[in-house]
Design a protein around this ligand. Structure first.
Ligand code: HEC
Length: 191
């Protein structure tokens, strides 16, 4: 059914120009070295290493040492994740649902880690890189393994005491794997 024509936009008063808007901009920073713009820092090997933390989903390349189980991960989850994702990953207004064993169906069943994501190692990469939402980068590698195991177990994909590490995590079969094109034709730009 065609939707109704949008109502004409209400006229918006133009704010009076403030004198600050016409003040001269701050002086440009003076270049630290010829041929530079005077800001930024050299990309040393150490600094690059700090952000070069990508883990390849399909085979887990880049996964660090260590490991952990869901049993160990529950306490970490309760302390650092449940406030936004709820006690068992049901989700809250502050964070999406993470657990659902119902097979994913577009428009009907919400996509979650368990029913949608194609690769288990991506879960490690994402948690380490982006969570907790209010303190990304604050988790130890061990905590990330424990949380990864906790979420996989809560989704019924591994057992509570299955240890997830660089060898076992890439072998976890994700139920929606076949719905993704393989291999991903996009080039891996980092390596
Ligand atoms: C302050 C709230 C908050 C906390 C605490 C938090 N999250 Fe999140 N989380 C979010 C939000 C918001 C998103 C959605 C981010 C987006 O889509 O860009 C999210 C997304 C995620 C996703 C991806 C879900 C999907 O299917 O796309 C995972 C996995 C996840 N969080 C795990 C965790 C784990 C594990 C922790 C604990 C270490 C945690 N989160 C703590 C708010 C939070």
């Amino acid at each position: 059914m065609p939707s109704a024509a949008p109502a004409p936009a209400a006229p918006v008063a133009k704010p009076a120009a403030s004198p600050a808007a016409f003040a001269s901009p701050a002086p440009a920073p003076s270049p630290a070295a010829a041929g530079t713009f005077g800001f930024g820092r050299p990309a040393t090997q150490d600094r690059v290493r700090g952000i070069d933390i990508e883990i390849r989903g399909s085979d887990g390349a880049g996964l660090p040492q260590g490991g952990g189980t869901a049993t160990e991960g529950r306490a970490v989850y309760t302390a650092k994740c449940a406030a936004c994702h709820a006690a068992n990953g049901e989700g809250t207004a502050a964070g999406p649902k993470l657990v659902d064993a119902t097979p994913f169906r577009a428009g009907t069943v919400t996509a979650t880690v368990g029913n949608y994501w194609p690769y288990a190692p991506t879960l490690y990469d994402y948690i380490r890189r982006a969570m907790p939402f209010n303190a990304p980068g604050s988790l130890s590698d061990q905590e990330v393994y424990q949380l990864t195991a906790f979420l996989l177990s809560a989704n019924g994909l591994i057992g509570e005491n299955d240890r997830m590490d660089a060898q076992t995590l890439p072998r976890v079969q994700m139920p929606n794997r076949a719905s993704f094109t393989s291999p991903d034709p996009r080039p891996d730009t980092n390596r």
